[in-house]
Design a protein around this ligand. Sequence first.
Ligand code: COA
Length: 261
Amino acid sequence: MEEFKNLILSLSDNILIITINREKHLNALNIETLEEIKTAIQSVCDDRDITGVIFTGAGEKSFVAGADISEFSGVNEVTGRKFSESGQEAFQMIENCNKPVIAAVNGFALGGGCELAMACHMRVATENAKFGQPEVNLGIIPGYGGTQRLTQLIGKGKALELMLTGDMISASEALKYGLVNYVVSTQEELIEKSKEILNKISKKAPLAVGMVIDCVNAVFTSGENGYQTEANSFSRCCGSDDFKEGTSAFLEKREPQFKGE
Ligand code: COA
């Protein structure tokens, strides 16, 4: 497993846990960490031994408290665009990953941290988690896809309220708005719950799993006809060995043995 300066990777039972490891800075995302995330997530897509990914933050206080504000000085219109595009690219790689990715939110998920969580396919949070897009306090806006994904996830009115006020919301409010899938009490339960979801998905046909992700992403991709994407993906599934195996196993009343082919 590759070594990173700001990430800890641990693989067990085919699930990769990626821990953002900058606890002293509340796991704020500096440019180096974003680059490492891109490298790590790319290797996930290429690795057949990995069936699911969990992103979490080191320590008990913070998932990710945003982009690293100490790197903001001197940022201008030109470098600001690059900054935004680079973060968007990292988070699109997560969103488009063909394996399920869960954000295990163990504390503050602010700014880029909330954006990272939203780029993941699902979110599980501890009771102490706090979500928010406080960028307006700094004279900027969410730049890593947050204006789009927050609106997609919780709707225009609430998304505008959060982004315009910069207010934080609790895990239970986030659950109410549909921003998180589950809230648990402890950090141990957080990882257990995330693994439980990923283990369940790992028993399903891998090609079909990747295609569900593709098709759902297509809903939000302008210029893409999601129904066409669905029909194309459905057709590809029908040509797969896993489709034959899944239907045979059902008729033979046994568990399917999927190969991802
Ligand atoms: N970038 C860089 N450093 C950050 C950071 C960020 N986004 N968020 C927190 N830190 C650092 C603090 O500067 C502090 O460092 P120091 O100990 O060297 O002074 C350390 O993490 C602990 O943070 P602190 O503010 O002392 O903790 P707190 O419990 O009082 O407050 C927060 C926690 C999350 C409410 C507060 O740190 C905060 O508002 N962070 C910024 C959130 C934000 O605006 N994110 C969007 C960025 S675009």
